[in-house]
Design a protein around this ligand. Structure first.
Ligand code: GDP
Length: 195
């Protein structure tokens, strides 16, 4: 995909703030610090468009980006931050659930996990939640540069097994360092959005 333009549209916390226009959307989810911003920036050829906004105390918003005027990326705040209070976690859950379960424009979720480790409980919970609502998922197993090539397939297999990855879902081995998997990720996004 040749990205010619990308910019933030809005940081939203409620449906009235979501953009109109009916463009197809891809949401991006993952635990805090997994490499979600790096993935977004790499796909958009930007240094710093998406920023880590998942630190406790920071506003938790759904950040909508518009790409080539035809597609939205929706950056979902990271999960699994131990230090977040229960009330903050509840608010996060309500906001995410409202978006994921009601947004007609949502075509798929890119679920970013760290290929070095088994998916966490939160990763598995998020995947099962998405499957429960019939939302297509592209699993991006990132930080591939941090393990030797000879171990890639073994790690991918563990991720597939631990998530019990559905037949229709795909997994893309990725590295924001080397750009490995970038075109494959765009291929999966294009297939699911028709852009
Ligand atoms: P976010 O909180 O999920 O948005 O995570 P960030 O994108 O901010 O990344 C967290 C940390 O992991 C940063 O120090 C990144 O430089 C690093 N990181 C992200 N992706 C990769 C990757 O593919 N390879 C390596 N080696 N480091 C990465």
């Amino acid at each position: 995909m040749k990205v010619t333009s990308s910019e933030i549209v809005i940081s939203a916390v409620k449906p009235e703030q979501y953009p109109d226009g009916g463009l197809p959307e891809i949401a991006l989810a993952g635990r805090s610090n997994v490499g979600k911003s790096s993935f977004i920036n790499k796909l958009l050829n930007r240094k710093n468009l998406a920023r880590t906004s998942s630190k406790p105390g920071k506003t938790q918003t759904l950040n909508f980006y518009i790409i080539n005027e035809v597609l939205h990326f929706v950056d979902v705040p990271g999960y699994g931050f131990a230090k977040v209070s229960k009330s903050e976690r509840d608010a996060w859950g309500r906001m995410i659930e409202t978006y994921l379960t009601n947004r007609e424009e949502l075509k798929a979720v890119v679920l970013i996990i760290d290929v070095r480790h088994k998916p966490t409980k939160d990763d598995i919970m998020m995947y099962n939640f998405l499957k429960h609502y019939g939302i297509p998922v592209i699993v991006v197993a990132t930080k591939a540069d941090k393990i030797p090539k000879t171990k890639w397939q073994k790690h991918v297999k563990i991720v597939e097994e631990e998530l019990d990855l559905a037949e229709e879902d795909s997994i893309v081995l990725f590295s924001a360092e080397t750009a490995k998997g970038k075109e494959e990720a765009w291929g999966a996004i294009k297939r699911l959005t028709g852009v």
